[in-house]
Ligand binder design. Sequence first.
Ligand code: ZN
Length: 718
Amino acid sequence: MKKTTLLILFFMALLHVNAQSSYFQQEVNYEIHVSLNDTAHSLSANIIIDYTNNSPNTLDFLMFHIWPNAYKEPTTALGEQFLDMGNTDFYYADDSLRGYMDSLDFTVDGKPIKWNLTEKNIDIARLELNKPLKPGETIKIKTPFYVKIPSSEFSRLGHSGQSYQITQWYPKPAVYDKNGWNAFPYLNQGEFYSEFGRFDVYITVPKNYVIGATGDLMDCQAEEQWLDSIADATKRKSRYADDLEFPESDSVTKTLHYHQEKVHDFAWFADKRFHVLKGEVELKSGHKVTAWAMFTNEDSDLWTKSITYLNRSIKWYSQQVGEYPYNQVTVVQGTLSAGAGMEYPNVTIIGGAGDDRSLDNVIMHEVGHNWFYGMLGFNERQHPWMDEGLNTYIESLYMDKYYPNESLADAALGINVFNAKTYPQIAEYYFSNLMQWRRNLNQSLALPAQDFTAMNYGIAVYQKTGLIFRYLQAYLGEKEARITMRKFFAEWQFKHPQPEDMKAFYEKETGKDLAWLFDDLINSTKNVDYKISGRNEKKDADSLIVKVRNSGKVKAPFVISGLDEDGDVLVSQWYEGFDGAQKVKFPKGKYKSLSLDGNKVMTDVYRGNDKAGLKSPRLVLGWTLPKDEKSTLFWVPAMGWNSYNKFMLGAAFYNSLVFEKKWQYMVMPLYSFEQHNWNGSFSLFRNFYAKGQTQRISMGVTGRKYNYNSDYIMPNDE
Ligand SMILES: [Zn+2]
């Protein structure tokens, strides 16, 4: 018995080593010749793909994405996702607004092959190889293709008049990795996963189009000079016109050659109205990166500052994550139906931005995707937290640095209500998640992109991931967290790291057990909830004994803070996580009170029980964000009227409004000036949270005393 166990263990250890050393990725190099027809809004193109099988397996077929077909009819996966989300625009759209790809005629190494669009998804094709592709072998795949460009009002590929957003536009092999083929239909909510390789793209357009694209312009001195001259003119401009008319297209065309290596996608944007601004940053190694901003008259006053945002974003991510290795970053303005901005290698598109802060925010976020999706080629469809969440984490550090005095009121609400001015901007992430956690509406971050509700896609995928990596940063220390991230990037850039690769790397690098983060906070809906249940002070000892209970289900590290009379943190100490209750030592000092997580870096779902010793209830008019929830009783003036009692005046007292509590109560006494008596109502509920279909079960009692029905004024709950 024992021997077998040992043998199995030994065998498993070998497997583990094997699994790590057997990482592979396919190499895919592209040559595309494409010309734009800007009256038919279409592309005519030829593509040549050199596909190298670096996997240990022989391939009999290849899976391809034919994603413009997603826009062909309402029954595509994209069309169905729109309907699921309550968007009927695409369903009812005129055929002229839809798009598709056709004229495909695949050959492999010069010979025709059998291929077909899959039965389930017309935007996925299966190419049968005449001869199996063995490990290490390369084949040349060729096909012409034609794209009818859809209206840009639907998703990412599209045109708005003669403004073109050419994305996900060519036939492209799906990723083949250790999990097999990752072929999936195009979706609006749900992103990408592509093989790294080299692109040589030759774009033919009427001469007066300005183009922003992936890659470097090759042998195009005339084009570079032309762009420079527009940049000079833009720089000297003090006023922009406000017309958005398209000038006539030049009857002469030009062909521009863009070249890039070690990228997994190629996108381009063309507009005849673009103003151009040019900048440059020098990175630590001396490598210089050119920054381009391209925009129309719309929001031009905001966009004049875009180069500043662009320059410092490139620097920021280069410092925090790893140096930007390419020669240029371009940001173009465009109409966009899939969020505020959209990222592609070297080039990003930005939609309408209301003010300086949000333009900066969107530009830096999209530029940041060059790292989190571009160079770290995650499977975004399957693990959206990896690109959006990690990017949001670095974004939040940027916002802290460049907007240090911004509060929750500035960041999220625009006005100072509910004490929002007293919270840092990052509190937005916490409170939006808290709202979901307390209502039991949170979803595990392990889900694929399309399985999130639209709300959780933003709140969980972006913001919760941002929060938990800030939690990790606070626990590891800022420097250690940055070094670990930089090493992870250095190890995995231009590859496809999976969540398990990141966990293994982080655990090895930090020497910590990070199951609380990767298994619990990411792969489950479990929440962190510690509380201080007591403290003990011995006269001569130099430490206090603090009794801490883990009321949650996550053995996450936690921090105890000593606070001064204003609640500011004087001293903090981290502890490793545990189940149940334990006594820990905390150094004595000049602090006035003790609290868990004084700097609010943990994702504790009940911060109300974090304090040692509770104060008597304070009364708050209306509602406020929870600081120490247990001790807060909210109230609003209330009025009522019925034909018997006439006008009644009183107040409603309640313990919760936005963030649900296990026990919720409301008492509303009302005095009738007509009858000189007290009326009113009360409710007391205990909320139970269950998994599965039922979000919440509430049990409780309500009562009212009125002689007649009353209408009263109460604020709406959410
Ligand atoms: Zn993003």
